[in-house]
Design a protein around this ligand. Structure first.
Ligand code: ADP
Length: 480
């Protein structure tokens, strides 16, 4: 017959690997005497080998009481962990999360597993403390930024007002020149103050959009008027294309759309010395009374290295110090654009290469006023139908769109291919599929090998397989 000691040995052997465990493990018998303790238990409870032999009530005196030949407890044995005070040898104590299981074979035995939670509780409290302090600091910072920007704006506007008055009174060209410089400085400063204010509001989650009905083309004219002077002053060409599919009136936060476009256009001419700047807007989707618009701002400027592109949309980020020295700026503009675009349910991205110009594109979702709903088709309007209509509108007529091989057709395909790959890069697969449809349509009369590649392209998009898209795209580029 198995002796008690042998049984304990066996049980302990089975648990030997527990000696390495971080959790405390104790085995005690029905009398309450501890018969096995792993290293973690000895260490935490500050005992040596003598831990084996002492009564469980020494360790958990609030929950286990020694009685003759046993113990009394209200502890509920089982899988559920309970919080008990565990006492060390020197009678100091700590809070432990304890699970005690009752086991019975030849002899009744209890397996106790315990974790010291005092450190965890302490850490949790510390984390909560740090979080609270960080929140407070963020609040103080936001309030400070809001106050300081407000305080700055008042004197700047004062200087601006006075300068404007002086500009009207002054006749001497030399002084007028200085006054214009002051005026420009004030306007720039106001721009920076507004950016900081927007940024702090967006960061604090206190920014709300203010959608209103507005005239889309008037808004685009206003954007153009804001910049055309500076663009032509630099000797750059300017193009603006608006898809005729976009209704006259829309409901959205016009001011913020203008802000995004202003920012992208200011950057475009800031970083472009020769060539052109173009703005294009197309309707890319419609779901009931909501419409997705896709904006592209293209420039032929200094471009941005691929490696630097992902930091562009982070706050205070400029490509490098030499750029900020040469061109100025706070590095907040694109981050604000990104946050605004995301508030409007869209996304923003850049396609650029050093010295090859840049294409900044963004999408937003916007509402249609009721009167425009009858004009624009309701329900889901994606993919083929939209693709067909888009290419028709942009090409003027269907025959021209299908007339494969003409210069216009080739240019149109290339244009759609660049939008297509941009959509893939943005992981906007629905939009990519739509552009793939347009390319398919534009190549409907192309040689078979081109049509096959286009088909592969479309299938790869449907599978959302980036690598296959890339291969088909390169193959198509090579064939064209
Ligand atoms: P900033 O106010 O400094 O212009 P932005 O966030 O608008 O801040 O732009 C951040 C940086 O991105 C710029 O400093 C520049 O390095 C780069 N950048 C933005 N737009 C362009 C562009 N069209 N061409 C080249 N670089 C650009």
């Amino acid at each position: 017959m198995e002796t008690g000691e042998e049984r304990i040995e066996e049980v302990a052997e089975g648990w030997l690997s527990l000696d390495d465990a971080l959790e405390m493990v104790l085995l005690f018998d029905e009398k309450g005497n501890i018969v096995y303790a792993n290293s973690a238990a000895k260490k935490k409870l500050e005992y040596g080998e003598e831990l084996c032999g002492i009564h469980i009530s020494e360790i958990f005196p609030n929950s286990f009481h020694a009685i003759e030949n046993g113990f009394q407890t209200e502890y509920e044995f089982g899988e559920k962990r309970q919080e008990l005070m565990a006492y060390r040898r020197n009678r100091t104590c700590f809070c432990a999360e304890v699970k005690i299981l009752k086991r019975q074979k030849s002899k009744k035995m209890y397996v106790c597993m315990a974790n010291d939670t005092s450190k965890r509780d302490f850490l949790e409290k510390e984390i909560a403390n740090v979080e609270r302090k960080a929140e407070q600091a963020q609040k103080v910072k936001s309030e400070f930024v809001a106050n300081i920007t407000h305080e700055l704006r008042t004197p700047v506007n004062g200087i601006l007002g006075n300068t404007k008055e002086l500009l009207e009174l002054e006749k001497e060209e030399k002084k007028l020149k200085i006054l214009r410089l002051i005026e420009r400085g004030c306007k720039d400063m106001n721009g920076i103050i507004n950016n900081i204010l927007d940024f702090s509001k967006l960061e604090a989650g206190k920014f709300t959009l203010e959608p209103q009905k507005f005239h889309f083309r008037n808004m685009m004219d206003y954007v153009k008027a804001n910049h055309i002077h500076k663009i032509t002053e630099k000797g750059l060409e300017f193009f603006m294309t608006i898809s005729p599919e976009i209704p006259e009136y829309l409901i959205g936060d016009e001011l913020r759309i203008v802000q995004i476009l202003n920012n992208l256009l200011s950057n475009a001419y800031k970083f472009t010395a020769v060539g052109k700047i173009a703005v294009e807007v197309v309707k890319t989707a419609q779901v009931n009374n909501r419409m997705e618009l896709f904006f592209l701002v293209t420039d032929s400027g200094i471009g941005i290295d691929k490696a630097d592109q992902d930091k562009l949309f982070k706050s205070f980020s400029q490509v490098d110090a030499s750029i900020s020295r040469k061109y100025g700026g706070t590095g907040l503009g694109l981050n604000i654009c990104k946050q605004l675009v995301e508030l409007m349910g869209g996304s923003i991205s850049v396609d650029s290469a050093k010295d090859k110009g840049s294409v900044f594109s963004f999408s937003i979702w916007i509402e249609l006023p009721e009167e425009e709903m009858s004009e624009a088709s309701a329900n889901v309007d994606y993919h083929m139908a939209l693709g067909q209509r888009m290419s028709l509108h942009q090409n003027g007529n269907e025959a021209e769109a299908r007339n494969y091989g003409t210069a216009e057709n080739l240019e149109e395909i290339k244009n759609k291919m660049s939008k297509f790959i941009l959509s893939v890069e943005m992981e906007n697969w629905e939009k990519a599929e739509m552009f793939a449809d347009v390319i398919k349509q534009l190549t409907a009369e192309a040689p078979k090998e081109i049509k096959n590649v286009v088909l592969k392209l479309k299938m790869a998009v449907q599978k959302e397989d980036y690598n296959k898209v890339q291969t088909a795209f390169e193959a198509l580029q090579a064939l064209l």
